[in-house]
Design a protein around this ligand. Structure first.
Ligand SMILES: Nc1nc2c(ncn2[C@@H]2O[C@H](COP(=O)(O)OP(=O)(O)OP(=O)(O)O)[C@@H](O)[C@H]2O)c(=O)[nH]1
Ligand SMILES: [Mg+2]
Length: 1166
């Protein structure tokens, strides 16, 4: 009972008393209340408004509760460890005290047990390094340098989990930070931080529009790609999808969800009225009319679907009677109807009457599709393909219903990719597919954002009886021929070619058989033998390219980029918080601010110039356009209102409807052949033609980026360049860098949206200028009304400077675009500079976020790849800022104090000393005393003053080594200024407690063994007095696993028929990448998540998927664990370049452990 009270209290407190009964009916007690999920909320609170309000309060409450639990843990843990420490120091024996702490310990463990049972490897691994987020803070060591922390940050590259998990982990971190912000009072900085965290999640989805003639197999294709036997209703003869359906991933739980959005009651009434009006034309109420039979079919289909026989002869009022909509109260209430199901089949059945028109059904069952605006289907377990992608089944060619038509156009204009589906037997002969392309090209091209078009030829399995004996050969041959024919035909489409540059991958042709694929998949699930499986897969990829379409979606989904964007933004936010705490370097801040403000000004000037050039170019084209349009305006108009072949009188209705509808006549029905008649577009066509070429140059969707986008991409305040000189504000600079990146990405999206609007300005402006005249014209009735309408239109068009105005409006759009880009860069970056560099130290900052910062930084570096890492300063515990040591100088002993933060620097490669048969020589310019790390080799130098460190990798001398073996490269190091005080050499051991590791110091042909000062998780540290050759060695060979890397190099394709060669190298993690790259000149290094853990002298195998004809040699290779100067590939993969796969999936299998997968990644080979 008490737990229902809790629910009642909460609902009352949150002003949701009306829900109490509903919650009680569903028997939601306290536990249920606390674990409510989105799908439950949809069921419990169907209306979006109250649901949103409830969700907000519910989330806030859960966060608060979670935080409270965490804080309790921290308090408990802190007090426990404090007690243990005290007892340890006083008695030297902790046992007795620990026993007394038992009840406390239980208290700590309890909430922890309530956490999700399965914590990821990454999280566990991070926790061992940093302590859990529940409170432990990184410790510093006896030097006060805090190596423990930074070494993990810089060196822990052995995490092998995919980026997908990273996002979940970093989201959790940011939720925690957000909840820390929740309780703080509102200040400019706090509000800014809150806003930033919220916008991290915002993500624009990529839309794939699936077009095609009815019956082509679109719905079945979508089902097959998603691995669902039945999801979108498909199949029956005579039944077809009649509404737009968007399919996306259900990211929250395992339910199949459908959200049905209806048109409004008013809109349906309007549609019925228009059907009635059309019928009255038929009855001869007006002087002249022409009626297309197809219109009647479509209208009748809608009426009989919804009303059955009752619809015949009924009046408008009767049809609007609410009794017809009793089963769908959501329609009347203008809310979405939601279905939640456990299986796809169940959902499919439920939504059929909302999606399909079934003309062949014998018995009447009310169908509601005429009332549906759009359906959204959410599919569980489809993150891989659909997390950032939406597939939209787009039947027909727009709609006569205004709101549906607007939605249809908006989908089409937002498509990143267009799929045109057609039956393979008619792919080139059938007009429909090509007409779809023709009629949508300006919407998807200059007026949209389509980057690729795919022709998908379905039903490849569908063959004649006499071809069955040689089915496979016939199918393969027909696939090939059709692909060629489609490409040839596409290349002849002038209109399409005009709008796209048509790069290499712009048009793709796929041949698929959904039926065969489903059959084979089903078979595979039943078969267990691997041999059968392989044969089937081969068969499938040849005959049905469904896997290629899945790969297409996977690439578009691009989860890793989205994760990187999220992590980069989150890292910036945490850097700002961390940076805001340290306020005592006002001089530096001021200096940096001045430099950045000047750079911002210069960069903006150059963007402004490019935009002005664009303006001038369009000005010229449009002026010519106005001249030509004014000359030929009558012709342009007559093309639409008096077309050849149409009888003047018979065309009366079209012109009248067109005037009533703002210049547009949309034929009714779903038939793809019916093209919209648009007078505004026709009037603008002359101007559009003249700007088309320039528009493609300045705002291309694919291929080149265009000058404006290039300017945005190259814009930079170059904050990295200031880190060396001002390391104390490096956090502020990191924040500014991530802000800049984020803003640029946003501006590129804005550019895309705004260019679509600019393109439609000409037509829109003309529509605007003609609007009053359309209304007047539509009022003409009776005898000669068509002539009077035409005269009215002609007269208005000639006397109102409509073309001049269109030109002005379009140029206005360009000015607006320039202002937007310049102002956004100026204001947003200035705001970021003010917040990070000009805000006085704030006491209102969340509790310490150092742990979160360090974790995020690690993710950031891991995702961005080490070789491309920007200079950075790992953040140590804020309380420890400097470390001191004694230095001997000319003036005697001197105490030197350096910052504990490590500055990552990119070394310069000394060209004179690096010829092609020599290893690279690096020079690291350390500007002052401090700790500096080389981003290429991982070496760390503690400098007692300014100095250039010059170093290279050299060959081990086996006669000096004797029985010892190298455990790292041998570095020859020099520093003319003699200012290196300490050297940290990177190792690759998984366990730093391995005491077989020591350091060899080679001078003048003698090798001295130096015992390390300390070994951290990633480095071996030694004090140095003089420099020469240094390298890590081991006393005995060890078979313990080591942190390793898989490096990939692709040798470019010589000619089209040659196979490409991918070299796969297995190396210890402390071999510098540049050394290997240097030896692999002529090949391209492919950056992937290369880290893994391998066993020295272990046997491994390589597996290559997603490309049909690849060969790998050898079948098994050994991980050598050596540091000889020549690094040879362990495996070579010969790729068939004709197979067309853009990505391949590589996996490394441990032969000694049942072929367990120890590393895998998706490799782009395009
Ligand atoms: N043999 C064969 N039949 C297929 C294949 N794909 C689809 N079909 C059949 O083609 C018919 C139409 O498929 P749908 O997926 O409903 O077609 P659609 O393009 O969605 O049609 P509309 O909804 O009317 O626009 C169904 O009977 C399917 O079973 C295929 O690859 N092979
Ligand atoms: Mg369909």
């Amino acid at each position: 009972m008490a737990s229902f009270d809790f629910v009642r209290d909460k609902l009352t407190e949150w002003n949701h008393r009306d829900l109490i009964q509903r919650f009680e009916d569903e028997e939601i007690d306290e536990e249920g209340f606390l674990s409510l999920e989105e799908t439950d909320l949809m069921k419990l609170i169907p209306k979006a408004g109250p649901r949103c309000r409830f969700r907000k309060k519910h989330n806030k409450y859960l966060k608060k509760r979670q935080r409270h639990n965490d804080d309790m843990n921290i308090q408990e843990a802190t007090s426990l460890s404090a007690t243990i420490k005290v007892s340890k120091s006083s008695s030297g024996n902790v046992t007795g005290e620990m026993v007394n702490q038992e009840p406390r310990q239980k208290n700590i463990l309890k909430p922890l047990r309530n956490q999700p049972p399965k914590r990821s490897e990454t999280e566990r691994s991070l926790d061992t390094h940093f302590g859990t987020l529940e409170g432990s803070v990184p410790t510093t060591d006896m030097f006060g340098v805090g190596e423990t922390v930074y070494d993990h940050l810089v060196g822990d590259l052995c995490l092998t989990l995919p980026e997908i998990e990273t996002k979940t982990e970093v989201k959790k971190i940011m939720q925690r930070v957000e909840s820390k912000l929740d309780d703080l009072p509102s200040t400019k900085l706090i509000d800014f931080l809150r806003g930033k965290i919220q916008t991290l999640e915002k993500d624009k989805k990529e839309i794939v529009g699936v077009f095609g003639k009815t019956g082509a197999g679109k719905s079945f294709l979508i089902n097959t790609i998603l691995g669902e036997k039945k999801l979108l209703p498909s199949g029956n003869q005579g039944a077809c999808t009649s509404v737009m359906i968007q399919v996306e991933a259900n990211m929250t739980d395992s339910k199949y969800i459908a959200e049905i959005e209806f048109i409004t009651e008013k809109e349906w009434k309007e549609e019925l009225r228009s059907i009635f009006r059309d019928r009255s034309y038929e009855d001869g109420n007006d002087e002249d009319q022409e009626r297309d039979d197809d219109d009647d079919d479509d209208d009748d289909e809608k009426i009989s679907a919804l009303y059955g026989k009752d619809g015949r002869g009924a009046t408008l009022e009767e049809l609007m009677d609410r009794k017809h909509f009793r089963e769908i109260p959501e329609f009347r209430l203008s809310v979405k109807k939601i279905f939640l199901c456990d299986t796809a089949e169940e959902l499919s059945e439920k939504i059929t009457c909302y999606t399909r028109s079934d003309t062949q059904s014998d018995t009447f069952k009310r169908q509601y599709w005429p009332l549906v605006k759009c359906i959204t289907i959410k599919v569980p377990n489809s993150k891989d393909l659909l997390e950032h992608v939406v597939l939209v089944d787009l039947p027909g060619n727009g709609d006569c219903n205004k709101s549906r038509d607007e939605m249809w156009k908006s989908f089409v204009g937002n498509c990143s990719a267009v799929w045109i589906v057609s039956d393979i037997a008619r792919a080139t002969s059938e007009k429909e597919s090509w007409e779809i392309l023709d009629s949508t090209v300006s919407l998807i091209g200059p007026g949209g954002e389509c980057r690729s078009i795919s022709f998908i030829c379905t039903k490849t399995d569908d063959i004649e009886e006499n071809q069955k004996a040689n089915a496979r050969t016939f199918i393969l041959r027909r696939n090939e021929t059709t692909k060629r024919q489609v490409r040839d035909k596409f290349n002849k489409q002038k209109e399409v070619k005009k709008h796209f540059s048509g790069g290499k991958d712009f048009l793709q042709v796929f041949t698929v058989s959904s039926t065969e694929y489903q059959k084979e998949k089903h078979l595979q699930q039943e078969e267990t033998g691997t041999i059968t499986k392989q044969i089937n897969i081969l068969f499938l990829t040849d005959v049905s390219e469904i896997p290629k379409l899945q790969e297409f979606l996977r690439n578009l989904n691009d989860r890793s980029t989205k994760t990187s964007d999220y992590v980069s933004g989150a890292y910036g936010i945490l850097s700002l918080i961390e940076g805001a705490k340290s306020s005592d370097m006002t001089d530096s801040k001021e200096e940096v601010c001045q430099v950045l403000e000047q750079r911002l000004k210069d960069e903006l000037k150059s963007i402004g110039q490019t935009m002005d050039e664009a303006y001038e170019t369009f000005e010229r084209c449009l002026s010519e356009g106005v001249r030509q349009s004014e000359e030929s305006c009558e012709k342009l108009m007559n093309k639409v209102i008096a077309p050849r072949g149409k009888k003047g009188s018979g065309y009366h209705k079209v012109v009248k409807t067109l005037c009533k509808n703002g210049g547009v006549y949309k034929p009714k029905g779903k038939r793809q052949r019916r093209r919209e008649i648009n007078l505004n577009e026709s009037l603008a066509s002359c101007m559009i033609k003249l700007i088309d070429e320039e528009f493609k140059t300045y705002f291309p969707n694919e291929g080149k980026r265009g000058p404006i986008r290039e300017q945005i991409e190259t814009f930079t305040l170059d904050t990295n360049s200031l880190v060396g000189e001002h390391p104390e504000v490096s956090l502020h600079l990191i924040f500014l860098k991530t802000e800049e990146t984020e803003l640029k990405a946003k501006l590129i999206c804005d550019l895309r949206e705004k260019k679509k609007k600019i393109y439609s300005t000409l037509t829109e402006s003309i529509k605007d200028s003609m609007l009053q005249c359309y209304i007047r014209s539509s009022e003409h009735a009776g005898k000669d009304s068509l002539k009077r309408m035409k005269d009215e239109l002609h007269h208005h068009m000639k006397n109102n400077n409509i073309f001049q105005k269109a030109k002005k409006d379009m140029l206005g759009g360009l000015i607006n675009l320039k202002d937007h880009i310049v102002m956004q860069l100026k204001c947003k970056l200035q705001e970021s500079m003010d917040l990070s560099l000009k805000t006085p130290n704030s006491s209102f900052l969340p509790d310490d976020v150092t742990v979160e910062y360090n974790k995020m930084k690690m993710y950031y570096e891991k995702l961005m790849g080490c070789s491309g890492a920007v200079q950075f300063t790992p953040r140590l515990d804020l309380h420890i800022k400097t470390t001191a040591f004694e230095s001997l100088s000319e003036n005697g002993r001197k105490r030197v104090q350096v910052s504990t933060s490590v500055t990552m620097l990119k070394p310069e490669i000394v060209k004179d000393l690096t010829t092609h048969n020599h290893n690279p020589t690096y020079r690291l310019q350390c500007p002052k005393a401090g700790i500096f790390q080389c981003s290429s080799t991982g070496l760390v130098f503690l400098m007692e003053g300014k100095g250039d460190v010059v170093y290279k990798v050299t060959q081990w001398d086996s006669s000096l080594l004797g029985s010892r073996i190298p455990a790292g490269p041998l570095f020859s190091i020099d520093c003319p200024e003699q200012s290196v005080r300490q050297l940290h050499l990177p190792h690759c051991m998984c366990d730093e407690k391995d005491d077989n590791l020591s350091l060899a110091h080679v001078t003048d042909g003698n090798m001295e063994i130096v015992q390390p000062l300390k070994t951290t998780a990633t480095h071996v540290i030694v004090n140095v007095t003089h420099l020469s050759l240094f390298g890590l060695i081991r006393d005995v060979f060890s078979f313990l696993p080591v942190r390793s890397q898989v490096l990939l190099f692709l040798r470019p394709q010589g000619n089209r028929h040659q196979k490409r060669k991918l070299s796969v190298m297995l190396l210890p993690n402390n071999v510098p990448l540049c050394e290997v790259e240097h030896l692999q000149k002529g090949s391209t290094f492919i950056q992937t998540s290369s880290n893994c853990t391998l066993t020295p002298r272990g046997k491994y195998g390589l597996c290559c998927e997603l490309v049909a004809n690849s060969t790998i040699q050898p079948k098994s290779g050994q991980f050598d664990y050596d540091y000889s100067p020549n690094f040879h590939p362990t495996f070579q993969v010969f790729l068939d370049c004709m197979s067309g796969a853009e990505n391949i999936r590589l996996s490394l299998l441990d032969r000694g452990s049942n072929d367990q997968r120890v590393w895998e990644c998706l490799v782009p080979t395009g």
